[in-house]
Design a protein around this ligand. Structure first.
Ligand SMILES: [Zn+2]
Length: 100
């Protein structure tokens, strides 16, 4: 048994995914997209190139709620999927350095 793995049932994931879908249709989300900025790299993108990203992935117990979703460009979104959590942290940190 591995205590570090959060148990998330398929039902939980499905419920949160449904909530995300609702959120994606909301005016609140449309307004966020209209700002045209990727949460992770800070780059400017047309709204139709931004996707909804979950800060904590649903499969790891994240919620489909406003404080867990951010607009992300396609590159950040796909990197987040494929990088290990540690590699992802490094990736995000590189943009934080640029802002200093
Ligand atoms: Zn980005």
């Amino acid at each position: 048994m591995d205590n570090f793995i959060i148990e998330v049932s398929e039902q939980d994931v499905k419920r949160e995914r449904d909530k995300s879908r609702e959120l994606r249709r909301s005016r609140w989300w449309q307004n966020r997209l209209a700002l045209g900025r990727c949460h992770w790299c800070g780059g400017a993108f047309p709204p139709d190139e931004l996707t909804m990203d979950h800060i904590i992935p649903l499969a790891r117990g994240g919620k489909g709620s406003r404080n867990n979703v951010v607009p992300a460009c396609k590159e950040c979104n796909s990197r987040k999927k494929y990088l290990l959590p540690m590699e992802w942290d490094d990736y995000v940190r590189q943009f934080e350095k640029q802002e200093q």
